[in-house]
Design a protein. Structure first.
Length: 246
């Protein structure tokens, strides 16, 4: 991303409703998946950005060793300072880790990036995961929703659930589960992205007024409750998926 977008991300990712909702959903998906698999080991945040999710992994999963990776050296520095975890510079296309060395990989809105080959990255995630290792993904939904926001953060593609399921299966993963989220606010998102657009060509990453943030966080908590109970949401602005290396 552009340096200005990294700066915005670092400033708002701990508090903005969308990031709080995304990180909570990723943790919920991981915990549901890990009920049936070995716990403990090394977790990679592949494409950790400035460290918001990585910080949560360190805080909420103390029995695991969380490490981060990002292609941008400046983002690595910010993530290391924020999370106090080990962070290295590298590409999701070719992870600098040995075969079968990771117990879990998180990747939030990375496969969609213009500098990432999503097929290659998924195969490398599979290579680095140990048998029984878990992959947790978040990705933007629906190709027709590609907009000025995506261009600002260098997203080249968006996904639908069936396409993502096929990609994960082709990469060798099993026990795949995927759901949309950001369902309730999806109509607002569509209007914002496709009708109103962005006057200055920047992303939608920003804090809203306090009352709006509080309301949107409440919506995210409600959707997270549904996900914790195994509900698959039928549509939304993002796709959340877990998969296991057999």
């Amino acid at each position: 991303m552009e340096r200005s977008e990294y700066a915005k991300l670092s400033e708002v990712e701990d508090e903005m409703w969308w990031f709080r909702g995304a990180h909570a959903n990723l943790m919920t998906a991981f915990r549901r998946c890990m009920r049936r698999h070995t716990t403990g080991g090394t977790i990679l945040d592949a494409g950790c950005g400035t460290g918001g999710l990585l910080t949560r992994l360190v805080r909420d999963l103390p029995a695991w060793t969380a490490v981060g990776l990002d292609a941008d050296v400046g983002a690595c520095t910010a993530a290391r300072a924020k999370s106090r975890a080990s962070v290295c510079a590298g590409s999701a296309n070719s992870l600098p880790f040995p075969d079968r060395s990771l117990a879990a990989i998180f990747s939030a809105d990375v496969l969609c990036h213009r500098n990432v080959d999503d097929v290659t990255a998924l195969r490398d995630f599979h290579r680095c995961l140990a048998a029984g290792g878990v992959l947790v993904l978040n990705l933007p939904a629906y190709g027709w929703l590609l907009s000025a926001h995506d261009r600002a953060v260098h997203n080249e593609r968006r996904y639908d659930r069936q396409h993502l399921l096929a990609m994960l299966e082709s990469a060798g993963f099993a026990k795949i589960r995927a759901t949309y989220w950001n369902t309730i606010l999806f109509p607002i998102m569509v209007i914002r992205r496709m009708v109103l657009g962005s006057a200055d060509g920047t992303s939608d990453v920003k804090r809203f007024p306090g009352a709006v943030e509080a309301a949107f966080r409440g919506v995210m908590r409600f959707e997270n409750t549904l996900l914790r109970h195994g509900v698959r949401l039928p549509f939304g602005g993002s796709i959340l998926a877990t998969a296991v290396k057999p």
